[in-house]
Design a protein around this ligand. Structure first.
Ligand code: KIV
Length: 297
């Protein structure tokens, strides 16, 4: 590595660190909450510079940075490593870490122990868990009772996408939509400070919002009614192949830029155009002579 990441570039040194009451105040004031995923130091710095309110170390990192073909294989140790790297790049946003699949479902004790690791070892302020059926609601309540804030996540839950019939919009019938609304209420009643709604029709989000007097609702593919929005860092910056989900708005094409940059470097090395004179370190003539002389014996 040629230089240290520039943590001092943090955009607004006057900005006070966000708190959960501050998020609730934003909800009350109708001020949109900005949430984005991050997985390492550079993505955390980008979130900090954009003054994101919440940063999620999502288990989407299993796919975006670890190269798995789903979020399922991510381990607690892998997610902790991503969380620590993200922590080091953040000063002001609330940092939420995703509990990976298999790390919280078995028992309340397992859920609390895993959540504790993300707070103590990872530096997270809160954890997120998926699904809103009674088991997940009980795990959320147990973690909250242990003093750790919890963000719920319902609708399309990628950890159990197989059971949901794949990565597709959820709650498209009245009955399925009613279940999502009930799950949101159950998670709010369990003490979740926030709930992510993923990939559901906008009218379902509107029905949820009518019942959310405490939980800060963050949408992803859930329309404009939520209190805030989240997108995956790599999706919004185009650091991926293919088009991505319908709800993704792409703000840059960084994969193309990265491919072009590395290809140009490779071409320069092959043509001996790089390094050029401006990249070389010089040496005084007398010292070159001294070197030659030292090597002459
Ligand atoms: O893992 C993740 O990035 C997420 C967001 C899509 C909410 O859960």
């Amino acid at each position: 590595m040629s230089s240290r990441p520039n943590a001092s570039r943090t955009s607004d040194s006057e900005r006070a660190p966000l708190t959960l009451p501050a998020l609730r105040a934003m909800k009350a004031a109708g001020e949109p909450v900005v949430m984005v995923t991050a997985y390492d130091h550079p993505s955390a710095l980008a979130a900090e510079h954009a003054q994101a309110d919440v940063v999620l170390v999502g288990d989407s990192g299993a796919m975006t940075v670890l190269g798995y073909d789903s979020t399922v294989p991510a381990t607690t140790d892998e997610m902790l490593m991503l969380t620590r790297a993200t922590r080091r790049g953040l000063r002001t946003p609330v940092l939420v870490a995703d509990l990976p699949f298999g790390s919280y479902e078995v028992s309340d004790e397992q859920a609390v122990a895993t959540a504790m690791r993300f707070v103590k070892e990872g530096g997270a302020h809160a954890v997120k868990l998926e699904r809103g059926e009674p088991t997940s609601v009980a795990r959320a309540a147990a973690i909250v009772a242990a003093g750790i804030p919890v963000m719920g996540h319902i609708g399309l839950t990628p950890q159990t996408a197989t059971a949901l019939g794949g990565y597709r919009a959820q709650g498209r019938t009245g009955a399925d939509a009613a279940k999502i609304v009930e799950q949101a209420v159950a998670l709010q009643d369990a003490g979740c400070f926030s709930i992510v709604l993923e990939c559901i029709p906008s009218p379902v989000t509107e029905a949820v919002m009518e019942r959310m007097d405490r939980a800060v609702v963050i949408g992803i593919g859930a329309g404009p009614a939520a209190d805030g929005q989240v997108l995956v860092f790599h999706d919004l910056l185009g650091i991926r192949e293919g088009k991505g989900a319908k709800f993704v708005k792409r703000y840059a094409d960084l994969q193309d830029a990265m491919d072009a940059g590395v290809a140009a470097y490779a071409a320069d090395v092959r043509s001996r155009t790089y390094p050029a004179p401006e990249h070389e370190y010089g040496m005084p003539e007398d010292q070159v002579a001294a070197l030659r002389e030292a090597l002459a014996d």
